[in-house]
Design a protein around this ligand. Structure first.
Ligand code: AKG
Length: 509
């Protein structure tokens, strides 16, 4: 079916002197915003809304191979899209489908196919295809150089391989999907996405205040000044960590990398979803890492510890380049979390449990709570929508030395604004114990529970261990919760004296 691009619609509507309505999908919206992209000058020219411009990173790669957004096709003199002619019968497939098919091929075949036509050259050089090949091939170490394709070929040819010369530019290739992918990898965060800061900040509050104001009502807070005594704050930087950890390998997505290799990758990474080091076993691997920080006193209660070595994963070291981060998700097992920034800074966007962020579609059974949309794509296509929400998200930039409290069930998205190092821990305290037990008891616990192999029996094991270690606690919490529920239901004085339907007093004389 012919789908007119947004720019095309705009032109027709302008001719008819009708203002275009917001009829476009989010992806089309992006395509229209960037439809005046001048690929030669690497700059975005704005037609109308000056504030809607994007700027590219200084390091922006020229590996776009000349791909332009579809809207530009309507400015071209010959209306020829080499994307289609070079795909032959495959041109009816969407870009995503073409890439999915190419994703079934191994590197040599991709290389051969890339010489068949200009179009296949562009598709076969799509970096995520090569990234997947490298990640599949090198489970235990990656020597990243220049690009994923380069890294793949170097893996076979060895150090003598000097690398590809810069890529070819293809004329008249228009594709919103490939253009957006390149743009997301190479654009800067806009200042308006970073600036909004409406989180409550506290310094030096007591544990009781924290519990009363934030943990009990399940509200986020940014805590300042509670990492001052951390050795990690003074010592941790990439040189120190590389030296301390030696050749030890850490979990980086589906692979394991040592820090030297990971930092080499970080320095060159320019992609939509940069690799992120996220390791739950860091303190077993390098015990000194676990000794260089101390859990802030607000989070001392850690009820999962009653399970000893059988507890689900609960703490992670997180290291990533600017642009890396975590797309929208809810934390595992209904736990709450704290996240302490040691180096760098992180932009946070949080939505309460009753509001699903725009662009996120959790599965009905709750087993899939992660967002398929990349972080950059979310900011480009969905951030604006939150401006009209009556309940706007909580936002902030968490800097080195600061800790954010992420309450149970809150959706959150995080992007590193600089190269960052952080520690995060998920925990259960008396304030969220009942929520966690409820979660572990759900009928589909085998798909919901995470961080442990023993998903189905975790509920019973945890409940029994709590009963043994803190007898009566669960019963007491249940009684308190019941009392609160009853209080909520109890009519207020005004409700009891007024007729809610008529809005008039019940008194009669
Ligand atoms: O990327 C980050 O630092 C945030 C991590 C996070 O959201 C999490 O651990 O749930």
């Amino acid at each position: 079916m012919f789908k007119p691009s947004n720019l095309f619609l705009k032109k027709i509507l302008m001719k008819r002197k009708i203002k275009p309505k917001k009829i476009q999908s989010k992806r089309q919206k992006l395509a229209s915003k960037s439809s005046l992209f001048d690929i030669k000058n690497n700059e975005l020219l704005q037609e109308e809304d000056k504030d809607e411009g994007f700027s590219l990173k200084c390091s922006a790669s020229s590996e776009s191979h000349g791909v332009q957004p579809l809207g530009n096709l309507y400015f071209s003199s010959n209306s020829h899209n080499s994307r289609n002619s070079g795909l032959g019968n495959m041109q009816i497939l969407s870009d995503e489908l073409v890439l999915e098919i190419l994703g079934l091929l191994e590197g040599t075949l991709l290389g051969v196919l890339s010489s068949v036509s200009k179009s296949l050259y562009v598709f076969c050089n799509h970096e995520p295809l090569w990234r997947n090949l490298v990640l599949e091939m090198c489970k235990d170490g990656i020597f990243y150089t220049k690009s994923w394709k380069n890294t793949y070929v170097r893996g076979f040819k060895g150090d003598s391989f000097e690398g590809f010369r810069s890529g070819l530019k293809v004329r008249d290739f228009y594709s919103d999907y490939l253009f957006q992918s390149w743009l997301c990898a190479n654009m800067e965060m806009k200042s308006e996405w970073i600036e909004r800061d409406n989180i409550v900040r506290r310094k030096g509050i007591s544990v009781e205040e924290f519990v009363l104001e934030f943990e009990e009502p399940n509200k986020p807070v940014l805590l300042e000044g509670c990492l001052d005594n951390w050795t990690a704050m003074q010592k941790w930087d990439r040189e120190f960590l590389t030296e301390l950890c030696g050749g030890e390998k850490f979990a980086v997505g589906p692979v394991e990398m040592n820090l030297e290799d990971f930092f080499r990758y970080s320095d060159q990474a320019a992609e939509e979803r940069p690799l992120y080091l996220f390791d739950p076993k860091f303190a077993d691997k390098v015990p000194q890492l676990g000794l260089d920080y101390r859990v802030p006193e607000y989070f001392d209660e850690d009820l999962f510890s009653v399970l000893g070595t059988e507890r689900p994963d609960y703490r992670w070291i997180i290291i990533g380049p600017a642009g890396s981060g975590s797309s929208f998700h809810i934390d595992p097992n209904s736990t709450s979390a704290w996240n302490a920034v040691i180096k760098g800074s992180k932009k946070w966007v949080l939505f309460p449990p009753d509001i699903v962020p725009p662009g996120v579609h959790p599965s009905p059974d709750g087993s899939e709570v992660a967002s398929p949309v990349s972080i950059m794509e979310w900011f480009m296509n969905f951030y604006d929508a939150t401006k009209s929400f009556t309940k706007r998200p909580i936002e902030c930039v968490c800097k080195a030395g600061e800790v954010i409290f992420v309450p149970s069930g809150w959706w959150h998205l995080v992007i590193n604004l600089e190269d960052s190092i952080a520690i995060t821990q998920n925990y259960v305290s008396r304030r969220n114990l009942l929520r966690v037990l409820d979660f572990l008891k759900r009928p589909n616990a085998c798909t919901l529970v995470s961080g442990t192999r023993d998903r189905v029996s975790l509920h019973d094991k945890f409940k029994n261990a709590i009963e043994t270690t803190f007898p009566g606690t669960i019963g007491q919490l249940e009684a308190e919760a019941e009392k609160k529920r009853a209080e909520k239901k109890k009519p207020t004085f005004w409700e009891s004296v007024s007729d809610s339907k008529a809005g008039a007093f019940k008194f009669s004389f």
